[in-house]
Ligand binder design. Structure first.
Ligand SMILES: Cc1ncc(COP(=O)(O)O)c(C=O)c1O
Length: 409
């Protein structure tokens, strides 16, 4: 995916930060690094707040990027924190989130993780199996607590995810099949140390079509309404998970938040939803939407060569730092920053590969780049979400990636 200079300068990372702020990181380059812009996160957060009705609260899906500087920045913006492990809960508490601003979700929570969450009194544990429900009851009883929970549902609908992140065939390790939820509610009601407050459905990621997010949101709310009617479930919270996408290539358009916001507003003002949703918190656990555009990965060209007519570029960083393009077969745009700054104009195609001893270690097999020379620094953009955190840093005992931040104005 080729970015022209004009496209690069209008990309949210460079448009917000200006290329000048990035230059010192190229001049002082020592090893591959992730460079983050907190201002991009602020912009994304504010755009959601401006366009989406107030009733929707933001919880940051820490799994998209657990860097503690970013986490603290997001805390100061006013979000809650969605966690998926003991490590993530600890990090959230360490940077200053209060227990009642933290939720825990995930299909395989251990007894220790549940005990920690219950002891701390976190806002909600989002339960994904009957056995987990029983374990929460036992631990809460032992600790003489009553824990707030949501039931995570595996629904028969989704927002048509095209990547392989969460969507699937209907069979899922996530949540409890919709058909079993009535039994879950009946069981939860008989337990003394849990309080079932509503439902959680996260069924699609990287969605750029606002209409699909709108329809999916309506389906989720209707599902909660149905359980309220059938079982008199007292719904206090509906968690819609994440899923708001970012454009990874120039062919994709950003999500139209304004249209999504007005669709949601119209729905919320309709009589049925209005009455049902009075006093109900609606939650989006935003991951990629907040952090994705905020990071670039910088790596230096060690060598260039040709192999049977193909231009090969070997960089000093590889999938040990950024696995995502290979893991889910989703390419990220790449630019030769050195060539841009030097004003080179010749363009060619390259297979860009890292230093690891596996042919999987390729960022792109036909990257269109300004002429590449040894010593150039390439930037892989849109690397703020599921970048380093989803990689394989121990392979080949390579240099650990650094994480740095553009200064705040
Ligand atoms: C439970 C849960 N919530 C939120 C998210 C964030 O998703 P996204 O990055 O698509 O917003 C994830 C991602 O896997 C998740 O598992």
């Amino acid at each position: 995916m080729y970015l022209t200079l004009r496209e690069l300068l209008t990309h949210p990372f460079f448009a917000t930060s200006g290329i000048e702020k990035v230059k010192p990181f190229l001049q002082n380059y020592k090893s591959p690094l992730y460079l983050y812009s907190r201002e991009v996160i602020t912009k994304q957060y504010n755009s959601f707040k401006e366009q989406i009705p107030n009733q929707f609260k933001i919880f940051y899906a820490q799994k998209s990027n657990p860097n503690e500087v970013l986490l603290q920045h997001i805390l100061h913006l006013g979000a809650g924190c969605d966690t998926a492990s003991l490590g993530e809960m600890n990090a959230a508490l360490k940077v200053g989130f209060k227990s009642e601003e933290i939720m825990l979700t995930g299909p395989g929570k251990s007894e220790d993780e549940l005990a920690f969450a219950i002891e701390k009194g976190i806002l909600s544990i989002n339960v994904e199996s009957f056995q987990e429900l029983e374990m929460i009851e036992q631990i809460s009883a032992r600790l003489q607590k009553r824990q707030n929970i949501l039931v995570r549902i595996n629904p028969p609908f989704d927002a048509c995810e095209k990547t392989r992140i969460i969507g699937g065939s209907g069979v899922s390790k996530f949540g409890i099949d919709l058909e079993q939820v009535s039994d879950f509610i009946k069981r939860a009601r008989r337990l003394k140390h849990v309080c079932l407050n509503g439902i959680h459905i996260f069924n699609s990621s990287q969605i750029l079509e606002g209409e699909k997010i709108l329809q999916n949101t309506i389906e989720v709310i209707k599902t909660a309404m149905r359980f309220q009617k059938i079982h008199h479930l007292q719904v206090k919270r509906i968690d819609l998970g994440g899923g708001l996408g970012i454009p990874y290539s120039t062919e994709e358009s950003p999500l139209n938040l304004q249209a999504l916001g007005s669709g949601l507003r119209n729905y919320l003002e309709g009589s049925e939803a209005k009455q049902f949703l009075r006093g109900v918190d609606l939650v989006f656990e935003l991951g990629r939407f907040l952090s994705g555009l905020s990071g670039i990965y910088l790596t230096k060209v060690l060598y260039t060569k040709t192999s049977r007519g193909t231009n090969i570029v070997i960089t000093d960083g590889g999938i040990n730092h950024l696995l995502r393009p290979v893991l889910i077969e989703h390419k990220h745009p790449m630019v030769n920053l050195t060539a841009i700054l030097e004003g080179r104009t010749e363009v060619d195609r390259y297979l860009v590969a890292g230093p690891l001893c596996t042919s999987l270690d390729e960022f792109d097999d036909e990257a269109k780049l300004l002429k590449v020379l040894p010593g150039d620094i390439l930037a892989i953009v849109n690397a703020g979400a599921y970048g380093f955190t989803e990689s394989m840093p121990y392979f080949l005992s390579q240099t650990k990636v650094r994480e740095e931040f553009l200064p705040l104005d």
